[in-house]
Write a new protein. Structure first.
Lengths: 238, 89
């Protein structure tokens, strides 16, 4: 049984116009693998409770857990986390959770990461774990966002980029000036052009809104990837 | 929640009942025979959860949480296979 723990918000950063990252320091947190999530529980003064799952951006030991949250304006929990929470506030969490959508350095396959919006969160944890472990397996990230300012962890991703971690962006609404491709959603052609080819039998991790994940997963299988090599995490939404 | 998610989201609720991570357990659908990890199935709802087969959409599992109890039913699962010694999280 995984117990609820009380964490204290220790850092808050604006990441995008609608999203921010939060660091929560949780006494008793046992550390986590790259890709795991936690459940976060808010309790209203009248006792009403809301529980939501959030992927963890941080990886490894220690009591500090980093999340990144994009605001769903009609949501019950994300507007509070993005607009209202301040350092010193307390939140209840349960975790780490899930051992399926995880990457560990023992996995020696080439790895393709594909993120839509805040779906980058568990994938940045994998990129951080890859860099920290000194793993020499090739990683590649395809990151779909509305516009350049909607990128979470943009500076860190740029700093991590190397021969062993290639990064490609798809801009769906507005691209930087001079960008080679016009803005548009991910298509099978774009996926094929900017991902590790089937011939290298990569492991693939896809995370994002449900519609995005299903489009991408279908395209990957159509390209010839084995369904078992494509792991997906849907967070609902549009 | 305006759209379904997947079985990864069951890790927390099921951690209250099972001592190993059930999202890596392999379920066999009684309707179509599809056999896959619970993490790959489709999950609908927010307060009560309905787990549907990713292949034929049959209802596999329902989970209802009350303040006192967690009520699980398995109307569409013919088997669940769990690795021995699997870690809890």
């Amino acid at each position: 049984m995984t117990d609820w723990l009380v964490g204290t918000v220790t850092d808050v950063r604006t990441e995008t116009p609608t999203g921010r990252s939060l660091t929560i320091t949780v006494d008793g947190w046992p550390g986590n693998l790259a890709g795991q999530h936690l459940d976060l529980r808010l309790t209203a003064p009248d006792g009403y409770q809301a529980v939501r799952s959030y992927s963890i951006a941080s990886v490894g030991d220690g009591p500090a857990v980093q999340l990144a949250v994009d605001k769903i304006t009609t949501g019950e929990v994300s507007p509070y986390l993005v607009d209202d929470v301040l350092p010193g506030d307390q939140l209840e969490v349960r975790g780490p959770l899930g051992r399926w959508f995880v990457w560990t350095p023992e996995d020696t396959r080439p790895i393709q990461l594909i993120a839509g919006g805040s779906g980058i969160v568990p994938l940045i944890a994998m990129a951080r774990a890859h860099a920290a472990s000194g793993s020499i397996v090739p990683f590649r990230l395809l990151y779909s966002v509305r516009s350049p300012q909607d990128r979470f962890f943009a500076d860190e991703i740029a700093a991590l980029e190397s021969d062993l971690f290639r990064v490609d962006y798809v801009y769906t609404r507005s691209a930087p000036e001079g960008w080679a491709t016009p803005p548009g959603r991910v298509t099978p052609e774009r996926i094929s052009a900017a991902t590790i080819p089937v011939s290298e039998t990569p492991g693939v991790f896809v995370c994002g809104p449900t519609g995005f994940v299903e489009t991408v997963a279908r395209a990957l299988v159509d390209l010839g990837h084995e369904p078992q090599s494509v792991k997906t995490e849907r967070f609902g939404g549009s | 929640m305006s759209s379904h998610v997947d079985g990864n989201a069951l890790a927390g609720p099921l951690s209250e009942v099972f001592h190993t991570d059930m999202t890596t357990a392999v379920c066999c659908c009684d309707g179509c025979g599809e056999t896959t990890t619970l993490a790959s199935e489709m999950v609908y709802g927010a307060h009560g959860l309905v787990v549907r087969c990713r292949s034929c959409d049959d209802v596999l599992i329902t989970i209802v949480e009350t303040p006192e109890r967690v009520v699980l039913s398995f109307p569409g699962v013919s088997s669940v296979s769990v690795e021995r010694g699997a870690p809890s999280a």
